[in-house]
Design a protein around this ligand. Structure first.
Ligand SMILES: [Zn+2]
Length: 181
């Protein structure tokens, strides 16, 4: 997946945080960061590994790694008496898992590692064009990416409108209070 991780993360986190306005921005920040975090391994892939290993083979693209990180973080929060922050761990984990799920459409993810080395992917993208990324951009799965981006834009616009309406209502209520004061 090329361009839809961040928009997909926005949609998912928006749905999670919609009903909790007080922590919405914090939840959104965590969700957006973790929706793309596994792909930070691209830095290692290009700068250190010299593109020798497919970056989906790194531990940053293993579900078991992130489950372990989430479990350790949750345990640390409980021990530190900060259970109220656990929600952010779930938000982060949900976004990472969605990243791996979306990667699983056209790239192979080892969902059962270390129990099994089986790689799971929905479709195989044939290598027909040069440079390599054209194979993905010209594949039908890229239409799904564009659809996710369009959906995220729609959700963002709806949220912006909701915020504006809320501000107008707030200003109107304030004005009425002043008149009656
Ligand atoms: Zn990825």
């Amino acid at each position: 997946m090329f361009i839809a991780h961040l928009p997909a993360g926005y949609i998912l986190t928006h749905c999670i945080a919609r009903k909790n306005e007080t922590i919405r921005s914090r939840v959104l920040a965590v969700g957006l960061i973790f929706s793309v975090l596994p792909d930070l391994d691209l830095l290692y892939f290009y700068l250190v590994d010299g593109r020798r290993t497919p970056h989906h083979d790194y531990w940053t693209h293993l579900p078991i790694f992130w489950l372990g990180v989430a479990a350790l973080t949750a345990a640390a929060l409980i021990l530190a008496g900060k259970r109220h922050s656990m929600f952010l761990v779930w938000v982060a984990l949900a976004n990472v898992m969605m990243h791996l799920l979306l990667d699983s459409i056209a790239a192979d993810i080892r969902w059962l590692h270390p129990l099994s080395g089986t790689r799971f992917n929905l479709v195989e993208v044939p290598a027909r064009f040069e440079p390599w990324y054209l194979n993905f951009i010209l594949h039908w799965t890229f239409a799904a990416e564009i659809a996710i981006c369009a959906a995220a834009l729609w959700v963002w616009r709806m949220q912006r409108r909701r915020n504006r309406d809320r501000r107008v209502e707030g200003n109107a209520a304030e004005g009425t209070e002043r008149i009656h004061a």
